[in-house]
Design a protein around this ligand. Sequence first.
Ligand code: MN
Length: 199
Amino acid sequence: MEHKMPRLPYAHNALAPRMSEETLEYHFDRHVQTYVDNLNRLVVNTPYADMPVEEIICKASGPIFNNAAQVWNHTFFFETLSPTPHPMTSVLKELILQQYGSVDAFKEQLLNTAVGIFGSGWAWLSINDRCELIVSGESNAGNPLTKELTPLLTIDVWEHAYYIDYRNKRADYVKAVWELIDWNKVEERMQRSSCNIYI
Ligand code: MN
């Protein structure tokens, strides 16, 4: 199966000034296209040729894993953001209050995790089948799907994500991404997870 470029769900200039048009042109149009092209090239004549990208992520390693995960992670990341983000929903907020005490404490843990990743990687919020929220940092293309978790949101902390707009100031970029998170998207993902909080 041919892996296709995801669709950017807003205009390239829609997230400015927090994320500039130029960043979207490089980060989405060029970097993501490279991962899609690499993945399509690498899976030819392998057992992964007809697998959906989630299955490749859970079964492959090396360059095939790296490029498949980067396609999935970027699609997920850009879908999480919105120029008109919906505020945090009550179900998620309740879960956060139970586990972290306050939204601010949760935000601090997520953002500190993102800032603290050494080198390239991704900060994740996931949920397990016991409805526990998990904040984690992954290096390179790492993805919580390989740990049987359901990802709810992610923050890309590769330098290509922030160097045009924020240069070396990763913490400023991470704070800006927080403001762009559409919590409706996070809620939808929680509803589709194996956690039975809604039953
Ligand atoms: Mn990236």
